[in-house]
Design a protein around this ligand. Structure first.
Ligand SMILES: Cc1cc2nc3c(=O)[nH]c(=O)nc-3n(C[C@H](O)[C@H](O)[C@H](O)COP(=O)(O)O)c2cc1C
Length: 217
């Protein structure tokens, strides 16, 4: 696929068809993600992929915790929206307004929350972990891995969803995936094929390049 097409295809998909993905295709995507750059080539990432019965168990435990109103507590610290910098806060608020009020008309069916709670009905989830101790540089490296993974998947016609929701109950993921205690669960990337659900038709806005770019000659 042309790079521009790959870039265009990669977007958050919040409803997958749940049909199994070819394991070789998943392996290839994870291998290609490993081409990401990292600090002194540290490659601090580890990847655990859940599919089939394992993912079904994780999903069922996740749904149960959401139903019981258990608060998420990811390994990575959460910052209250109001504490973020002004640029990020403005964009987050703009995104919420655009998605919930303009696109979903207030989301009366709660389709966004439901899709998250059922882990987007993904066919597979890749959990990215980082060995302790690590630095902010390692987190940057994981971000590069995450995006390379998403683009590699898009290139193979596999849709993705990078989500906090996937790692908000780390105990469940740790138990089901056998993740050792000295690894921190960073993020999950759901994979599969998008359905025609309305949620998947949403395209998130972006700042204009001149809003975030400075060039000095
Ligand atoms: C680290 C990270 C965590 C995210 N967590 C969630 C999440 O829990 N639920 C969700 O619906 N979207 C989540 N998103 C998706 C973002 O809302 C999305 O990437 C952003 O709005 C841009 O849209 P796009 O991915 O379609 O380009 C997350 C994205 C990132 C990068």
């Amino acid at each position: 696929m042309e790079f521009e097409d790959v870039l265009e295809r990669r977007r958050s998909v919040r409803d997958f068809d749940g049909k199994p993905l070819d394991e070789q295709a998943i392996r290839k995507v994870i291998e290609q993600a490993g081409r990401a750059p990292s600090w002194a080539n540290a490659q601090p990432w580890r990847v655990y992929v859940a599919t089939g019965d394992t993912l079904a168990r994780i999903r069922s435990r996740h749904v149960d915790l959401v139903r019981r109103g258990v608060r998420g507590a990811s390994d990575f610290e959460n910052m209250h929206r109001g504490d973020w910098g002004a640029q990020a806060q403005g964009n987050m608020n703009g995104w919420s307004r655009d998605l919930f009020y303009r696109y979903l008309n207030g989301d009366p069916e709660g389709s966004f929350a439901l899709s998250n709670a059922r882990l987007f009905n993904a066919s597979a989830v890749a959990y990215l972990t980082v060995e302790r101790p690590f630095t902010e540089w390692s987190v940057l490296d994981l971000g590069a891995f995450e995006q390379t993974l998403a683009l590699a998947a898009a290139n193979q016609g596999i849709d993705t969803m990078i989500a906090y929701e996937l790692v908000k109950y780390p105990k469940v993921v740790r138990e089901e995936m056998g993740i050792p205690r000295d690894e921190e669960l960073a993020i999950g990337v759901a994979m599969g094929r998008a359905t025609g659900d309305r949620l998947n038709g949403y395209r998130s806005p972006r700042m204009k390049v001149d809003e975030y770019l400075t060039i000095r000659r």
